[in-house]
Write a protein that binds this ligand. Structure first.
Ligand code: TYD
Ligand code: MG
Length: 453
C-alpha cells in the first residue's frame, strides 16, 4: 500500500491515480473521492496475531459433514440465503436508506435467536432505546437478541472476542469507525477497513456476520460495492417508494443460487412474508385493458407472474419520451426498434411509458415478448384476452427465441387461473400445465395474428 493519497470510485470501487469527474471503470459521474493514505499507526493489530498453519489438501478430513445451516423460519429469507444461514459466513445486505433494512434484520435477528443462535445486533445508527422501541413495535420485545450501540470497531471486536456470538449484525457498515484509518466514518477507506476486519474476525471465530450497507445512486455514501468481493453473499433489498412490496435479491451467493428473490410486504407491524408473490402482483388487475399484459417470469428458482403496463400516446414534444419503471430502458429501446424495423410498426411521434406493476424489477430477456405485446396492445388500443400469459426473448432479427423453464412458467400460470399462453416456437416444453399454447416463430407473425396488423 502506497503512502500517497489515492482516488476511489464510490460506485464501483475502482482505484485511480488522480481525480476526475467520471469514473473510467463504471462510467458514473461524480463518484470519485480522495482517500487518505493508510496511517503508519498500530495498523491491524487489534487482536491476536496467531501464526497460521498450512495444511495439505489431502489432510482435510472428508468425512466431516458440512456445518449445518440455521433456518430463520422466515422462508423468504432462508431461500434467498440459499437454504438458511451458513455458520461463519459473511453477508452484505445493501439497499436505499429507508427501504427497511434495519426492520428486516431486526426481525431476522429475533428469528435466528429463537432458532438457537446466539445473536448480537450492533446498531451504529440508532440508540438502544430506539431499537428496543422498534423491536416492541414488531412484537419482538422479548426475543433473546443482545443489543449493542457502538461505532468504534476496536471496541466491538474486543467485546465480541470475549464472548463470541454465532451471529453478529452490523447496522450499518457506514457508521463503523476503525481508529487505524485516517478518514471519516462512511468513507471508502473506513468502510473497506471495517468490513475487512469484521469479516476476518467472523471467519476466524466461525461466527456469521451480516453487514448492512446503504446505497445511494449519487454515490454520496461510500458504496458498499467495495465490500462486495469480501463477503460470501450479497443481498439487495429493493422496492419502489410508495409501494409496500420489498424484494430481497441475492446478487452473489457462494452458498446458493444467485438471483433468488424473497418477497416481503411492509406493514404497520414490520415486514410480512409474501409466499405467493404472483397472486399479490396481479391482485390490482382489473378487467382486461389495452396496454396491460401478464408476463410469466422466473426470479431465481421461482416462477413469478407480473403485469406489464404500457401507455402509448402522441407526443406534444419534438423528442418523444421513453420512460420505463421496473425494466431496462436499453432493452425497451431495442424492442421498439425491432417492432419498427422488422414489423413495420412505427413509434415515431409517440410517447412510450412502460411500467412493471407492483414495484418489482424484471431483468430477464424473457420479458421481451410481453413488453412488445403491451406496447402493441396500447398502440392499437386492443386488449389481449385476460386469461393469457406471454413470455419469450426477441432477437434483433425479430425471431422469437425459446427461454428457460417453460414448464414452470406455464404451471404457475395455470395455478393462478390462466388458460392460454403465447410462447416462442421451438424449445422444449415438458408439460403445458393444461394451458392452450400458441407458438410463434417471430414477432411479425405475432403482430399479424394477435393484432391483425
Ligand atoms: P428501516 O428499517 O429503518 O430502513 P433502513 O434501515 O433501510 O434505512 O425502515 C424505515 C421505514 O420502514 C420507515 O419509513 C417506516 C417503515 N416501517 C413500517 O412501515 N412499519 C414498521 O413496522 C417499521 C418498523 C418500519
Ligand atoms: Mg436502518
Amino acid at each position: 500500500m502506497g503512502k500517497t493519497a489515492s482516488f476511489t470510485c464510490t460506485a464501483c470501487g475502482a482505484v485511480h491515480s488522480k481525480w476526475s469527474g467520471r469514473c473510467d471503470a463504471c462510467g458514473e459521474w461524480n463518484t470519485i473521492v480522495e482517500e487518505a493514505p493508510l496511517s503508519a499507526g498500530p495498523a491491524s493489530k487489534s487482536l491476536g496475531s496467531k501464526r497460521g498453519n498450512a495444511i495439505a489438501l489431502s489432510d482435510l478430513s472428508t468425512a466431516e459433514a458440512p456445518p449445518p445451516r440455521t433456518m430463520s423460519g422466515m422462508a423468504e429469507l432462508d431461500r434467498v440465503l440459499g437454504g438458511g444461514l451458513v455458520p461463519g459466513s459473511a453477508v452484505l445486505v445493501g439497499g436505499d436508506p429507508g427501504i427497511g433494512k434495519s426492520t428486516l434484520l431486526l426481525q431476522a435477528a429475533a428469528r435466528f435467536a429463537q432458532a438457537g443462535l446466539k445473536t448480537v445486533y450492533v446498531s451504529g445508527e440508532e440508540a438502544s432505546a430506539q431499537v428496543r422501541m422498534r423491536a416492541q413495535r414488531l412484537g419482538l420485545g422479548d426475543a433473546p437478541v443482545k443489543l449493542a450501540t457502538a461505532t468504534a470497531l476496536r471496541d466491538i471486536i474486543t467485546t465480541l472476542d470475549r464472548d463470541t456470538p454465532q451471529l453478529v449484525i452490523i447496522d450499518s457498515i457506514q457508521t463503523m469507525w476503525a481508529d487505524n484509518v485516517d478518514s471519516a466514518p462512511g468513507s471508502v477507506a473506513q468502510v473497506r477497513a471495517a468490513a475487512h476486519e469484521l469479516v476476518t474476525f467472523a471467519k476466524r471465530k466461525g461466527c456469521s456476520v451480516v453487514l448492512v450497507g446503504h446505497v445511494t445512486k449519487e454515490g454520496q455514501i461510500a458504496g458498499p460495492r467495495v465490500v462486495e468481493h469480501m463477503v460470501d453473499s450479497v443481498l439487495y433489498f429493493e422496492g419502489e417508494r410508495g409501494h409496500q412490496f420489498r424484494i430481497l435479491r441475492a446478487v452473489k451467493n457462494r452458498f446458493g443460487p444467485a438471483d433468488e428473490i424473497g418477497v416481503f410486504e411492509m406493514t404497520g407491524s414490520g415486514l410480512a412474508e409474501v409466499p405467493n408473490p404472483s397472486a399479490l402482483f396481479l391482485s390490482g388487475r382489473g378487467d382486461p385493458s389495452p396496454g396491460s399484459v401478464v408476463f410469466a417470469g422466473i426470479e431465481g428458482t421461482r416462477p413469478v407472474l407480473v403485469e406489464m403496463q404500457a401507455l402509448v400516446a402522441p407526443t406534444p414534444h419534438s423528442q418523444p419520451r421513453r420512460a420505463v419503471v421496473g425494466w431496462d430502458g436499453a432493452r425497451l429501446a431495442m424492442v421498439l426498434a425491432v417492432l419498427e424495423a422488422r414489423c413495420a410498426v412505427p413509434f415515431a411521434g409517440l410517447d412510450v411509458y412502460l411500467n412493471v406493476a407492483g414495484g418489482i424489477r424484471i431483468s430477464e430477456p424473457a420479458a421481451d415478448l410481453a413488453v412488445a405485446a403491451a406496447l402493441l396492445s396500447a398502440r392499437e388500443d386492443t386488449a389481449l384476452p385476460a386469461e393469457c400469459v406471454l413470455f419469450g426473448e426477441i432477437s434483433l432479427s425479430g425471431a422469437l427465441r425459446p427461454v428457460s423453464q417453460t414448464e414452470n412458467r406455464l404451471k404457475e400460470a395455470a395455478k393462478l387461473g390462466f388458460s392460454s399462453a403465447i410462447i416462442p416456437a421451438g424449445g422444449k416444453t415438458g408439460g403445458t400445465g393444461g394451458l392452450s399454447l400458441q407458438r410463434m416463430g417471430d414477432l411479425t407473425s405475432f403482430v399479424g395474428e394477435i393484432f391483425g396488423a
